[in-house]
Structures are given as C-alpha cells and as structure tokens.
Write a new protein. Structure first.
Length: 275
C-alpha cells in the first residue's frame, strides 16, 4: 500500500530496481507466509459487531508472538498495525472503535517484517451476508489481480501488468484507482519500481528474474476519483461508491513468478489466468 508520492519519497529508496538472489527469495517466503497467516487468522473474527480496532489488536499480538514486527506501526506517524478499509474507503483506513456491520465489505492490509524482509498483502472480507453488487465488485477485483499476475514473467513490461488489470476491470464497468500504486518490496518497505494498475502494454520497466514487487489493484464500482480525509491517511471514493482491493507480494523467477503471500489455508489464492 502506498501513495505514489510517498513511494517516491521513501527515505531509503535509491531509485534503482533491485535484483535479488536465492537467499533473498527465501527471506521473502518467510515474511510473505507470516503476513498471509495473519490474514488467515483474522478470518473468523471478521463478523458483525467487531471493531476494526479489535482486529488491529489481534493482528499486532499475532505478529509480535511470532517474533516479527508490524511494519505499518509508527510508519511516518501511522498509529496502527493494519489498514482496514470498509465499503467506500479505498485504502489506508485507520482502525477505530467503529464496528463492522452486516453486509459490509472490508479490505485488510498487513505488512510484517521478518528478519528484515517485508511481507505485504491485503484481501477482502465480507461481513455476514453481503449483497450481490458488493460480491461482484470483490470478484472483479480478484480477477483483475489474477490477470495482472498472469503477465509477470521475464521479458514482459510493467505496463503489460497494468493494462491487463485495467482492460478487464473496465470491461466489467468498474474503474481502476489511479492515485495509488504497487511498489518494489524487500528489505525496503516501499522501493522501486512503481507498479501502476493501468496503462499501455509494452511500456514501463522490463521484468527481470529477481525483481520483487507488489500488485495491489484498487477497484471502484463508480468512478476512479478519490479524496483524502482530514486524518491524512484515509482515502475514500469521491462518489461514495464501493471500493475493493487485493494485494500480493511477488518475485519474478526464470520462468514466471512466485507469490510470496499466498494463503497457507487456501483462503486467498486468486488463480493465475492461463497458467
């Protein structure tokens, strides 16, 4: 998760796209698995009446109990472990005493640090019985992610990833948020390259084995425009339409990609289309 401007200004970002070796892949596997396990753990707790603050406490305890660190806590002044973004909140929703209600949808985004490596992932949760429009939005978002991931292979371009997401999402009469992007990840939380979820095929950096980054499309039922609330973090849709997001951290391999944040409990594994 990241504002495009925040990614560019990250204090330890060099501007160069890092190429990682086999030991680095192992570090990302450990971090990605723990992040996915954290979201798996939260699944039975996302019920009507639970506060987002309570979910945040559960995640923080889980991460610390596993000898890891919550990357978001105190990051640039952020006050929580998770970002929890319900309904028309696009991203960076700050946990509070607000209870989730029957029929809500919510994105939960977590990043853990394991031995210096960042595992960054998010997924959607339905609260009780969710209506058909919200379910469709989540399905479109997951399929958009799957189509973007299907483009990740050596020799492809970053624009191929964004174009695949945008083309599918817009064919389903939804919109892709432009104000936020995915990012390089590894020992640096937000690194190069920026990963746009829209764009033209054949453009952008060439993908090479050893590149690590997140793919995390945000999809709105209405228009793609967003606005930032007074807390300086929470982004919402301008037209108050529902929004959904999903995210994986991945590494480019010699033949395709490795998803570091796949759910061990098989709760969040969008298919790789065409694989």
């Amino acid at each position: 998760m990241a504002f495009i401007d925040d990614v560019l200004e990250a204090e330890t970002r060099t501007g160069e796209i890092k190429i990682h070796g086999p030991d680095d892949f192992e570090g990302m596997r450990r971090a990605g698995r723990l992040a996915a396990e954290c979201l798996d753990m939260l699944t039975p707790h996302v019920v009507p009446g639970v506060s987002t603050e309570a979910l945040d406490r559960l995640a923080r305890e889980f991460i610390l109990d596993h000898g890891a660190l919550p990357a978001c806590l105190f990051y640039k002044g952020y006050s929580a472990t998770l970002c929890i973004s319900p309904n028309h909140v696009v991203c960076h929703g700050v946990p509070s005493d607000r209870p989730l209600r029957e029929g809500d949808i919510a994105n939960i985004d977590v990043t853990v640090i394991v031995d210096g490596w960042h595992g960054d992932t998010s997924r959607m949760y339905g609260v009780g019985e969710v209506g058909p429009r919200a379910r469709r939005l989540v399905d479109v978002t997951y399929e958009g992610l799957a189509r973007g991931l299907a483009q990740v292979r050596p020799g492809a371009r970053m624009g191929d990833v964004g174009h695949a997401i945008q083309a599918y999402v817009e064919s389903m009469r939804c919109s892709v948020v432009r104000d936020f992007c995915g990012h390089g990840v590894g020992r640096v939380f937000h690194d190069s390259p920026n990963v746009l979820h829209y764009g033209a095929p054949g453009t952008g950096p060439v993908l090479k084995p050893g590149m690590f980054f997140t793919v995390e499309p945000m999809v709105n039922l209405g228009k793609h425009h967003v606005k930032l609330l007074a807390d300086g973090w929470t982004a919402v849709t301008r037209d108050k339409s529902l929004s959904a997001q999903c995210e994986h951290s991945v590494g480019v391999t010699e033949t395709g990609l490795e998803i570091f944040t796949a759910s061990p409990a098989d709760l969040f594994k969008p298919p790789i289309v065409g694989a």
